[in-house]
Design a protein around this ligand. Sequence first.
Ligand SMILES: Nc1ncnc2c1ncn2[C@@H]1O[C@H](COP(=O)(O)OP(=O)(O)O)[C@@H](O)[C@H]1O
Ligand SMILES: [Mg+2]
Length: 139
Amino acid sequence: MIYTTKSESETADLGRKIGEQLSGGEIITLSGDLGAGKTALTKGIALGLGVCETVVSPTFTLMNEYSGRLTLYHYDAYRLGGGREAYEAGITEYFGEKEGVCVIEWWENIADALAAYPKKHIAITVKDQNTRIIEIVDK
Ligand SMILES: Nc1ncnc2c1ncn2[C@@H]1O[C@H](COP(=O)(O)OP(=O)(O)O)[C@@H](O)[C@H]1O
Ligand SMILES: [Mg+2]
């Protein structure tokens, strides 16, 4: 499916709808340049999962955990150089967790650690300042 959003709140709203449909165990991989809207989409997914806390970018923490209807594990793998580093940081153990959902920014950096898991892949492309093309593919 391909969607076009015209603002950050439209992207969050799409994320909320995605989040509402999750049932646990999903891994959502996010692709897109810096500033594309990966974190904005994740904030919406969090709302759809019933997370009340404010979602902040896990740039320095690698992974933030939020409780909701399902636990949200929100990753930023920007600083990681491979699946082994993710494993050594202790953050791979939540992959596929049945009572949770993993949302992973910069997942390409740890693709080897994710190879065995089914993934919902979301690619965000910047069209212009406020327009984003958002493509969702199940793999
Ligand atoms: N349609 C849109 N969807 C999402 N973000 C948008 C959109 N239009 C403009 N923006 C802006 O783009 C930026 C996206 O930031 P962020 O979600 O942190 O990106 P990323 O996590 O991909 O680096 C925000 O400043 C947001 O206001
Ligand atoms: Mg981000």
